[in-house]
Design a protein around this ligand. Structure first.
Ligand SMILES: C[S@@+](CC[C@H](N)C(=O)[O-])C[C@H]1O[C@@H](n2cnc3c(N)ncnc32)[C@H](O)[C@@H]1O
Length: 256
């Protein structure tokens, strides 16, 4: 567990109990991803933030506590009551509201958020060409979109195949794991947003490995998946795998 406390790299995340975090595990350390992503965002107290694909809610707790923002935690697979229990225990229930929502049919008014963040979830719903236009409807002009999503150093399209060690774990789903340049172009070309940062985490594969080993050691429920994730990352050694951190601001609509 001590591998999960890294004040030098992740000072804010290191203040959270790793046992608490591992107990909410749904994928690579969501606080490290969010803390790194937040370096490219401007989050200020009182802002209204959508945490899209919030899972068990660790990232929503972090947003509320670290930045003093009001959070809507929206997720498909986790019932809101389950996330609400996490928010109550963390003492942020007054700042975070849990909502059951599908990412293509969101129950919100247009322009109702200052920022939308999505940690290890956007790969499930956000890679279609039309999705950026849909999701940015919910941002105020100048509002920020920040995504942390599994990424690759090379496009699968350019490699001509999904690398075998990646395919062994996730199969075709890896076609949604893009390079930082892919994301930058995909978003910038629309002129709906201005990309402020698009980068791969330098040692993203290693962070992911540390997290997976800690989960295996400390009671991961789906041990087979965690073991196969570790095998994938050990085989990769950072050649292809990381996380893409992509941030943008919504452009004002062109005058008609
Ligand atoms: C790998 S989990 C990550 C959860 C959380 N962000 C974290 O990092 O711990 C992916 C999350 O994306 C959510 N998700 C997947 N497809 C979705 C969709 N179409 N609409 C809304 N949420 C979705 C799932 O419910 C799940 O909680």
């Amino acid at each position: 567990m001590s591998d999960l406390i890294r004040p030098h790299d992740y000072p804010r995340s290191s203040r959270y109990d790793p046992g608490w975090l591992v107990g909410l595990d749904m994928g690579p350390n969501p606080l490290w991803l969010l803390e790194d992503l937040s370096r490219d965002l401007e989050l200020k107290p009182g802002m209204r933030v959508l945490d899209l694909g919030s899972g068990m809610g660790a990232t929503s707790v972090f947003l509320a506590r670290e930045f003093g923002v009001d959070v809507v935690a929206a997720d498909l697979w986790i019932a809101p009551e389950k996330a609400e229990a996490v928010f109550a225990e963390a003492g942020v229930a007054h700042q975070v509201r849990a909502v059951s929502a599908e990412a293509h049919a969101l129950p919100f008014e247009p322009e109702s958020f200052d920022a939308i963040v999505s940690i290890d979830a956007y790969e499930y719903f956000g890679t279609a060409d039309s999705y950026l236009a849909y999701i940015t409807r919910f941002l105020k002009p100048g509002g920020q979109l920040g995504v942390a999503t599994p990424g690759m150093t090379r496009e699968v399209r350019d490699l001509g195949a999904i690398p075998p060690h990646v395919k062994a774990l996730v199969g075709w789903e890896a076609i949604a794991w893009h390079t930082a340049d892919w994301w930058r172009f995909q978003w910038d070309i629309t002129e709906l947003v201005t990309v402020t940062s698009a980068r791969l985490q330098e040692n993203g594969w290693h962070d992911w490995l540390l997290w997976s080993r800690a989960c295996l050691e400390h009671g991961a429920t789906d041990r087979d998946v965690v073991e196969r994730t570790i095998a994938m990352l050990e085989a990769d050694r950072g050649e292809y795998l990381s996380f893409a951190l992509v941030s943008a601001r919504k452009n004002a609509a062109p005058a008609s």
